[in-house]
Design a protein around this ligand. Structure first.
Ligand SMILES: *Cc1c(COP(=O)(O)O)cnc(C)c1O
Length: 403
């Protein structure tokens, strides 16, 4: 077990975040909290750049090159070389682009393989693309444990999310990538619950494509742009399915015909969300001087503490996450038949986690702003809600639009 105290002191930087008084935030895996400096930075961007520079901001404030610049910063957190990551759009769109480019690399194969632990939008986007392509394309969805054995020589692309959003189960990225490529398939990894949560080494994995969002562990705020990685040797080959002008080789020559930009820039589509991306660029500064290995060690220590305390004090909760921390991302989930109401009651008492249907109470651990005292305080509340059946109150039964 890692030395908790040592690890935490090297990575905790609570003072950089706006954390409401009385709240223990265990939902940074859904929406990361606000890094304080983002407020002043986005305000300055709006008044000094948008306000004063107006359209000159594209050059003078370097808005145009921001998607690549921010992509490079994120690349350092996921083991991607410079020039292999670009920002834009939402993760759903980036999944579509990566999959379309993968299929174009394997025109003689028709099967896309994914698993039932994937986040639904990834599967929806894949199905939409395959329906559009017609021609016998097929999405094959197997159980997470069955992925490797389902990779046959008819599979064009294997498309997986490394960490399961519900249970936190973590795939072996290097091993699955090897198996996929050994069978001649293209590998696409979704890093939504990995980027900023645990060490990722895209270069070492050798995967062709990766995608992810930035409003979870990367604290970019609601609506922050997504990222896409293309392995450098494919950057000038990858087929852009969404041929927007910002991914054109010369957007300002306004050619009537599309000609893809050289390199990763071809994965840009339209005008980037500059205000939001400026907030993200500022938010990424919280990672300066932090090692992802230290973050991971500290997160594991917090999760072990949480599991031990919950299992000792809340016997009605059943662990839904892998017990071995090496097989888990940076979240811990418990099953409880009345999980929705129980989570509402817990949130009402200042401990914010979330609920995932049908019965999962999910808690994210991000040592940048959480420590052992927070974990104990959170378990105090969970124990109180469960041991006194506080979740039975009528007000905790009605579901909101977003759960
Ligand atoms: C959070 C998440 C998404 C969300 O996609 P958006 O387009 O950003 O809404 C997609 N895929 C996975 C695996 C996720 O965890």
């Amino acid at each position: 077990m890692p030395d908790t105290k040592h690890d935490l002191t090297t990575v905790t930087r609570k003072d950089l975040f706006h954390l409401p008084a009385g709240v223990v935030y265990l939902d940074g895996n859904s929406l990361g909290p606000l890094p304080k400096s983002v407020v002043a930075r986005t305000q300055a961007m709006m008044s000094e750049e948008w306000g004063d520079l107006l359209v000159r901001g594209w050059n003078q404030a370097e808005w145009f090159t921001q998607p690549g610049r921010v992509g490079d910063r994120i690349g350092t957190l996921i083991g991607a070389p410079k020039g292999s990551v670009v920002m834009g759009d939402t993760l759903s769109i980036k999944v579509y682009q990566a999959l379309a480019a993968a299929l174009a690399l394997r025109p003689d194969r028709k099967v896309v393989l994914s698993d039932s632990g994937n986040f639904p939008t990834d599967l929806y986007m894949a199905r939409g693309l395959l329906e559009m392509l017609g021609q016998g394309y097929e999405l094959r969805v197997v159980a997470p444990e069955g992925v490797e054995s389902a990779i046959g020589d008819d599979v064009a692309a294997v498309m997986l999310t490394e960490v399961d959003y519900r249970t936190g189960r973590k795939h072996d990225m290097a091993a699955i990538t090897r198996t996929a490529q050994g069978a001649g398939a293209i590998m696409i990894w979704d890093l939504a619950h990995s980027a900023g949560a645990l060490p990722v080494d895209l270069a070492a994995s050798g995967c062709e494509f990766a995608v992810g969002c930035t409003y979870k562990y990367l604290n970019g705020g609601p609506g922050a742009p997504a990222f896409i990685f293309v392995r450098p040797d494919l950057a000038n080959v990858a087929h852009p399915a969404l041929q927007g002008w910002m991914g054109h080789d010369a957007p300002f020559s306004f050619d009537l015909g599309y000609s893809p930009a050289r390199g990763i820039e071809r994965m840009r589509v339209g005008t980037p969300p500059v205000i939001q991306m400026t907030g993200l660029e500022e938010a990424l500064k919280v990672w300066d001087g932090v090692s992802m290995a230290d973050i991971r060690a500290a997160a594991i220590a917090l999760m072990e503490q949480f599991i031990n305390e919950v299992e000792a004090r809340c016997p009605s909760l059943e662990l839904a996450s892998p017990r071995d921390p090496e097989l888990r991302g940076s979240q811990v989930s418990f099953r409880f038949p009345h999980g929705y109401a129980a989570m509402q009651a817990v949130i009402d008492r200042g401990v914010i986690g979330d609920f995932r249907a049908p019965d999962i109470m999910r808690f994210g651990f991000t040592p940048l702003y959480l420590d052992e005292a927070d974990v104990t305080a959170a378990v105090d509340v969970i124990e109180d809600v469960l041991s006194r059946d506080l979740w039975q109150d009528q007000k905790y039964q009605a579901k909101g639009r977003v759960t």
